[in-house]
Design a binder for this molecule. Structure first.
Ligand code: NDP
Length: 428
């Protein structure tokens, strides 16, 4: 452990690889991995760039959203996500598809003032200058106004303990808007500093994007939900019950919501969007009533299962690294979208489809049946199977009493030795 990491960010790519190799004693084959996934255009996106990190990208199918058919590119390493999204979307497609609503698309940023002896008075002073401050915001990023966007509203909130938040609402058009908004906020903060004779504590966008809400809904005739020996009506009742449990219990709600974000994050990554921003906003929205709850809601009257999901989804189709990410651009074409609003609609529908499939499986056959087939493929590959060996291995693994790494490795060894896994079958 002797390598020198000082000024690492100033080193060339080859120097960085050499330093890391020295520090961690990498073999030539290990170093070659950096080269294998290296993309020169990514060099300047992040600090200390070494290489890219590949993740699988696939397509979820069967989506009908607001009367339009969509295919949905997803980037995820979790085997069952795309199958579940396609499965949920297929059921909803038979029921006529998803409906979405999106009222407005504005980002909110905060300028926080501190140590105010009279926050109410300061708030009143700032609000009386709102028009001028909105002009200052627009002047800090004039191209946004030219595109039809710009600063829309200013609001003050007294936070207590001498703090005041000045919230700026901005129509960020086709972008997610974080950087644009932050530039506008810093300009407004300077003006507020002069106006109030105080130095603001900080200026930054809020990821609690309550002015960028989008909702997906669907009405499914219960007959479409039948699963194995479970009638559609019973499945609908069980899905509604599972939804109620997620409203009552944060332990269940967290997993319920993880399933929803499985779909949304995978589309966010595929389109070059900031999934951390979406995650933080979505979970904050899930606790808006004071207790963390399931993000979606399912109810039934015995004939129809009604589903809905509303989330803040401030995404962009431009900005950030999207323009230099060829696959993110291509995925916009696959999605058939030309606006950030369209992307929000597809993402929220994907979350609801994902949730429907997961909860339906959970309350009927159990989650493992669908999961395990796909997980076993990953297990076979992780144990060293070649793609040609996987189908035969899967047949054996599905029968094996233990579906673990050691068993899989033994099955592979037997397959290679005898051309069959039969012996292992009897061994186990
Ligand atoms: P950018 O800083 O890239 O700004 C958007 C760019 O898109 C601008 O250059 C703008 O051009 C251009 N653009 C082209 N066409 C349009 C259009 N129709 N509408 C709007 N803009 C257009 O990205 P964002 O401001 O969107 O910020 C997103 C990035 O910020 C993400 O990478 C995110 O990870 C990061 N971020 C997130 C934070 C958070 O979530 N808390 C905090 C800080 C950064 P022009 O300049 O001509 O207007």
């Amino acid at each position: 452990m002797t390598a020198d990491f000082r000024h690492f960010y100033q080193k060339s790519w080859a120097e960085r690889v050499a330093i890391v190799a020295e520090q961690t004693q990498l073999s030539a084959a290990e170093q070659a991995l950096f080269k294998k996934y290296y993309l020169p255009q990514h060099h300047d996106i992040i600090e200390n760039y070494l290489t890219d990190y590949p993740l699988p990208m696939g397509l979820a199918v069967n989506f009908v959203i607001d009367g339009q058919a969509h295919i949905v590119p997803m980037v995820t390493e979790e085997p069952s996500v795309i199958a579940a999204a396609s499965n949920g979307a297929k059921i909803v497609k038979r029921a006529g598809g998803f409906r979405t609503t999106l009222k407005r698309r504005e980002m909110i940023g905060q300028i926080v003032l501190e140590q105010l002896p009279d926050p109410q008075q300061t708030a009143a002073l700032i609000e009386s200058h709102a028009v001028r401050l909105l002009e200052v915001a627009d002047a800090a990023h004039p191209s946004l106004k030219k595109r039809g966007g710009g600063a829309r509203k200013l609001r003050t909130r007294i936070l207590g303990a001498g703090y005041l938040s000045v919230d700026l609402f901005v129509d960020v058009q086709a972008a997610m808007g974080a950087n644009m908004l932050n530039s506008m906020l810093e300009a407004v903060a300077k003006s507020i500093g002069v106006l109030t004779k105080t130095a603001p504590l900080m200026s930054i966008l809020s990821n609690y994007a309550t002015a960028s809400l989008v909702k997906a809904e669907c009405d499914i005739p219960v007959g479409l939900l039948q699963a194995g020996r479970y009638s559609g009506q019973l499945v609908a009742q069980k899905i509604a019950a599972a939804s109620q449990v997620a409203q009552l219990d944060p332990y269940r709600a967290t997993t319920h919501n993880k399933g929803i974000m499985n779909g949304i994050d995978a589309v966010a990554v595929a389109t070059g969007n900031d999934w951390r921003a979406l995650e933080s906003g979505a979970h904050a929205y899930a606790v808006q009533a004071g207790q963390y709850r399931g993000m979606s809601c399912w109810t039934t009257d015995g004939q129809t299962l009604y589903g809905s999901l509303e989330l803040p989804l401030p995404v962009g189709i431009v900005g950030g690294s999207i323009k230099i990410n060829e696959l993110a651009q291509l995925n916009q074409r696959l999605l058939g979208i030309t606006s950030a609003r369209d992307l929000e609609r597809i993402m929220v529908a994907t979350g609801l489809a994902q949730n429907l499939a997961a909860v339906r499986a959970l309350v009927t056959t159990g989650i493992q049946q669908g999961h395990m087939h796909l997980q076993l493929k990953s297990l076979a590959l992780a144990a060293g199977a070649t793609p040609e060996e996987v189908p035969r291995l899967l047949q054996q693994l599905e029968q094996a009493p233990h579906q673990d790494l050691a068993t899989t490795q033994r099955l592979i060894a037997t397959l290679r030795r005898t051309g069959s896994t039969k012996k292992e079958e009897t061994d186990d």
